[in-house]
Design a protein around this ligand. Sequence first.
Ligand code: VGL
Ligand code: ZN
Length: 234
Amino acid sequence: RRLVLTGLGATSVAALAPGALMAAPIKPDNASALLIIDVQNCFLPGGSLAVKDGDQVIPIINGIAKGFANVVLTQDWHTPGHVSFATSHSGKKPFETVSLPYGKQVLWPEHCVQGTEGAALSKDLSLPQAGLIIRKGFNKEVDSYSAFTEADGKTTTGLAAYLKARKVKRLFLAGLATDFCVAWSALDARKAGFETYVIEDACRGIDTQGSLAKAWADMTKAGVKRIQSSDIAA
Ligand code: VGL
Ligand code: ZN
């Protein structure tokens, strides 16, 4: 037997109840956590590694966070002379790459140096319930885009164990930058077994040498769910 589906024309779609074709909103529960990546002055307009429109994520993040009991933030936290800085490699300019023992490293302008104003979290974030701030990239010879594992692929920050101890199963990510610290954190969240959502409009990317498209392709392949802040129940 054949099942024949008749097409729904534009008129009949419009006649459906409002919202009938929309997925149910996602409601954060006690097993959900919001992970806010690197909303620090260096990545905001005027900062040394400013992400275009990076400040636009702040009101979106503040809004979403109201629905989450569990909130964790990260802070990029480099030593002076960090290996990820172009100034640490003679003859190299920002956005060029070098080969390091753990692989290819993009070189950046100096940013998020420990204890500086540039490394501070934005004062416009409103996340009073946040329970943990995880610092990363403090090993001078190893970068750490990911909130979970340093770029050597093995040194853990302890974040997965913390979240598991707190019975978190679902992670929602937002912040800066989509194609580096957000993407690497989301990929590691999948590796650690979390159901993982990246809230696209609550992130902004750097997009150097095709990095933004590649990041989304890698995340999609790894089962990361790409959502918008409007998909989360208010
Ligand atoms: C980041 C480049 C260098 C990020 C951190 O937060 O995405 N990007 N350090
Ligand atoms: Zn960094």
